[in-house]
Ligand binder design. Structure first.
Ligand code: CA
Length: 412
């Protein structure tokens, strides 16, 4: 049921970005999502909706990217919103406990976030988030936060509430995983790969940046064409594998230069770890038809002749492990919600690289050399596939979750 919901919404994503932004900004007046929601969950269970999209970009286009954020809604299609964080949402303390990051510090390393469009209240909303959870202030005034346009200046792009929600998720996720990390947000003018790629190039030039998170993706594409945007040895460039389940390569996660980040369902458990994880059925996975396989993955039986997705993973299921986020509902207003998708897992992994401080060379090779220090995910599926490990968890590497999830920073 959930699957068909997500697909039907993706199929209706041919809305103009501005129209969708309006929809996101005023749920009560939203024709398209309401229609989806009403057909979506007759059982009344919680499910999720895509938070933002761009034109008909989600699956096939390589010219434009869609963000990977999904927000939890109830059986009537209404978002879980309140003046306090949803009790079911993952908190900074919870996230740190689940991935054994509690007490770790980066020494002030910088994580860059690349997204499209403007979000004028980002700093205000981030302050609300961090204050709520007792995290140290991260402001432009104290040097923790920097927001630039895709050329490194302050000519910020036009506001898009959907992509603003994506940015809120990203900066909140970095704050939760790495409270002492500095954050640079680079806002691309549009969600075209050329603009997003230019923003990544600008992110790589920012002082102190050790990791760059990309919570967006489009169809599979070639490094020979787009690799110049993601080829930064010495910086851990992470990218979301997508939110539509097994469907083959999605760029830039399918780039040989990035760490492809898949997704899990994360729940509390009565075991030694205190948590258990399985495949999030929305997590993207598969083989690139264009890009070279990672040499570091050669002994992991990916079954792909070329680059395999994912490399590692983290919480992404909106309903089980979705982060409590303070995000914009309009140009002026913001509220609390519960948001997931591989848009959540990518900034978590970028933050773990920042905590480790080990980003030498192509950082996607590092977990393959230290895979025993991850939590291996061994159950769950994200679809049907011709080669079993492309869409089914197993011991060791599998497509939806890669090598596994962080158990401290030892694998990074
Ligand atoms: Ca596994």
């Amino acid at each position: 049921m959930k699957k068909s919901v997500l697909l039907s919404f993706a199929a209706s994503a041919a809305l103009a970005t501005s129209a969708l932004a309006g929809v996101v900004g005023s749920p009560a007046a939203s024709a398209a999502p309401a229609a989806v929601a009403s057909s979506a969950s007759p059982t009344g269970q919680m499910h999720s909706q895509r938070l933002c999209s761009s034109a008909a970009a989600a699956k096939q286009s390589v010219a434009t990217a869609a963000c990977g954020a999904k927000i939890v809604v109830n059986g009537k299609g209404n978002r879980l919103a309140s003046t306090t964080p949803p009790s079911t949402g993952l908190t900074p303390a919870g996230l740190q406990d689940a991935y054994k990051l509690t007490g770790l510090t980066s020494g002030g390393r910088t994580v860059a976030i690349v997204d499209a469009y403007g979000y004028p209240n980002l700093e205000r909303d981030l302050a609300t988030y961090r204050s709520q959870f007792g995290l140290p202030a991260c402001t432009t005034a104290n040097g923790c936060l920097k927001i630039v346009d895709q050329n490194g200046g302050t000519s910020y792009p036009r506001t898009d509430v959907g992509w603003g929600g994506e940015q809120a998720l990203d900066v909140d996720a970095v704050s939760a995983a790495c409270p002492d990390c500095k954050i640079v947000v680079v806002q691309a003018k549009t969600a075209s790969f050329a603009n997003l790629g230019t923003a990544v190039q600008t992110a790589a030039k920012q002082s102190g940046v050790v990791a760059i998170s990309n919570s967006y993706g489009g169809g599979d594409a070639a490094d020979t064409t787009y690799g110049k945007y993601y080829d930064f040895p010495g910086i851990a460039v992470t990218a979301s594998t997508g939110d539509n389940g097994y469907q083959g390569g999605s760029y830039p996660a399918s780039s040989a230069y990035v760490t492809a980040v898949g997704g899990t369902s994360l729940v509390k458990a009565s075991n030694t770890r205190g948590w258990s994880e399985s495949v999030w059925d929305g997590a993207g996975s598969g083989c690139s038809t264009y890009n070279t396989a990672l040499a570091a993955a050669s002994s992991y039986d990916t079954g792909c002749s070329k680059r395999a997705m994912a490399d590692v993973s983290a919480a992404a299921d909106p309903s089980n492990g979705g982060l409590a986020v303070y995000y914009p509902t309009s140009r002026n207003a913001s509220t609390w919600g519960q948001i997931g998708g591989t848009s959540e897992s990518s900034p978590i992994i970028a933050s773990v690289y920042a905590l480790s401080g080990n980003t030498s060379g192509y950082a996607n090779a590092i977990p393959y050399a230290n895979s025993g220090q991850l939590f291996d995910v061994t159950s769950g599926s994200n679809g049907t596939c011709p080669t079993t490990q492309w869409c089914n968890a197993r011991a060791g590497w599998d497509g939806p979750t890669g090598l596994g999830t962080p158990n401290g920073v030892g694998a990074f």
